[in-house]
Design a protein around this ligand. Structure first.
Ligand SMILES: Nc1ncnc2c1ncn2[C@@H]1O[C@H](COP(=O)(O)OP(=O)(O)OP(=O)(O)O)[C@@H](O)[C@H]1O
Ligand SMILES: [Mg+2]
Length: 489
């Protein structure tokens, strides 16, 4: 649709969108006209961009010729406009936690209907972002694939009948789960799409687009996963209450006995231990690097946790773990690379971290300092890996710098990515996507926090995560494109 019939894609865009698209195409063309692309395909593509006026005129002609299809698309865009006119109804972690107290059938049904009506609104805004992309990016097959996935999900959720019973809710949850699975291709597809468009679209524009896509994706998954977790926990509790095994009793469970309530908080933790998450992530990251370097257990750099080691806070552990794991992976990989010559020793001599160097550890340790204040949790990850290459330092938060875009190209080797700790088992830590820092920052920003990095040239890196402690910050999503900014540190 997008790639093969530009007119059709064009027809899906609202009037304002079309005006802005036309000027965007012209602007992009003027800016990038001078770029000479080497391959024939790219040369052909850029010719299309340079001839922006012709492209727009051609698109309109093709649109006009597409008859019924055009009417259909026009109708679809009217629907999309109705949804983009709505603001998302934002939530806080605290609301999620409070909601699960005294969870009843009525509350679960209300939760299902909130998710059912909220997902299409949030998807509609992102579909609209695609339509505002410069035309040339809209023709990229990977971006088109995500665009189509979003349209399908948007249609499916907006047409889903209101949930009235537990049975309806089970069907709704099945739908949501299927969508979550299907959309696990989105990150690699976006990564490939962006890497292929890096020299065709203004870097700021594509970064804004990626930030917006990814933060909104986290928000939709949070709502979906929270609702699924609550539903599954409620089912379990109800089965236990009725004395039913997991395999039986759907008919009897069509609705809960009146007054049945349970205490559940889904994927959120009200008192997540920071030190516990750091220790778990350290263990996981060490295992990954030891395995990929064929080293005995205990060889990877030691992670020392200090400061307020008894601190707890309200968070979604999956999000917080992702950030800590990425920072630890960065620290470990650079410390190990800096002292790589020490790895040349006979692997058997490396058993135990001290054996090869007498009483000295093989690598300098990574220090993780936890600081808990009334409002915030701050975690500092300090390594002695030599610091960040000054050539790449200005671009570490960007998806589009040529160096970063090249790394995103590695997504061609990955089918699915959900940006979670456990999936890294199937992706070699030696493969660099240039994705860990920007994605960590997006997770932190979503909950009103931030990730920042200070490079100490020739020595190491101090990376900081700051997150609100009390769960009372509303999710940081904006419907409008212009309101999302990229990293400012
Ligand atoms: N602790 C560190 N020490 C030295 N350089 C670092 C450190 N952390 C990040 N960098 C630099 O910043 C770049 C971007 O980091 P980022 O985590 O976003 O991507 P990556 O580690 O290359 O790939 P990915 O995280 O997707 O596996 C890295 O490629 C590296 O050059
Ligand atoms: Mg990384």
């Amino acid at each position: 649709m997008l790639r093969h019939a530009p007119g059709v894609f064009f027809a899906q865009i609202s009037l304002t969108g079309r005006r802005r698209l036309a000027s965007s195409v012209a602007g992009t063309a003027a800016k990038y006209e001078s770029q000479k692309l080497k391959t024939t395909t790219r040369a052909a593509t850029i010719t299309t961009t340079s001839a922006s006026a012709n492209t727009v005129a051609h698109a309109r002609t093709v649109s006009a010729q597409s008859g019924r299809n055009l009417q259909q698309k026009f109708y679809e865009n009217r629907i999309l406009d109705r949804y983009t006119a709505q603001e998302p109804k934002k939530i806080t972690l605290r609301q999620l936690v409070l909601f699960g107290r005294q969870l009843t059938e009525d509350k679960l049904v209300a939760s299902a209907n909130y998710v059912r009506s909220e997902l299409p609104v949030r998807l509609a805004h992102r579909i609209s972002d695609f339509q505002f992309l410069p035309y040339i990016a809209g023709t990229n097959p990977h971006l088109k694939m995500v665009y189509d996935l979003y349209w399908r999900a948007f249609d499916e959720f907006r047409k889903f009948a209101p949930v009235k019973t537990l049975d309806d809710n089970r069907r709704f949850c099945d739908n949501v789960k299927r969508n979550l699975l299907e959309h696990s291709q989105v990150i690699p597809q976006l990564g490939m799409g962006v890497s292929e468009c890096a020299d065709l679209v203004a870097p700021d524009e594509i970064d804004r687009f990626m930030n917006q896509m990814l933060i909104s994706r986290i928000s939709r998954r949070t709502l979906a996963e929270q609702h699924i977790a609550l539903s599954e926990q409620f089912d379990q509790d109800l089965r236990a209450h009725l004395g039913l095994s997991s395999a039986e009793g759907f008919a009897q469970m069509a609705s809960a006995p009146r007054g049945f309530a349970t205490q559940r908080i889904g994927i959120v933790r009200a008192d997540c231990s920071v030190a516990q998450v750091v220790n778990d992530c350290a263990l996981h990251a060490s295992g990954l690097y030891e395995e990929s370097h064929h080293l005995p257990p205990g060889t990877a750099p030691q992670v020392i946790v200090e400061g307020h080691t008894d601190a707890t806070f309200m968070c979604i552990p999956a999000h917080f773990s992702y950030i800590i794991h990425e920072l630890l992976k960065n620290a470990m990989s650079h410390v190990m690379a800096r002292y790589a010559t020490r790895l040349d020793s006979d692997a058997s001599a490396l058993a135990g971290i001290k054996s090869a160097f007498g009483s000295e550890p093989l690598f300098p340790p990574i220090r993780v300092t936890i600081c808990s204040s009334h409002n915030d949790i701050v975690v500092r990850v300090s390594d002695q890996g030599g610091g960040i290459n000054p050539g790449i330092l200005p671009y570490i938060w960007s998806f589009t710098h040529p160096l970063k875009a090249k790394r995103l190209h590695n997504f061609h080797a990955v089918n699915r990515m959900e940006a979670r700790v456990d999936e890294s088992d199937s992706v070699s830590p030696l493969m660099s996507f240039g994705f860990g820092l920007p994605m960590s920052n997006i997770y932190a920003k979503y909950w009103g926090g931030s990730v920042s990095v200070h490079s100490l040239p020739g020595y190491g890196v101090d990376a900081y995560v700051q997150l609100p402690r009390l769960g009372n910050v509303v999710e940081n999503i904006s419907a409008r494109r212009a309101q999302v900014d990229s990293h400012e540190s």
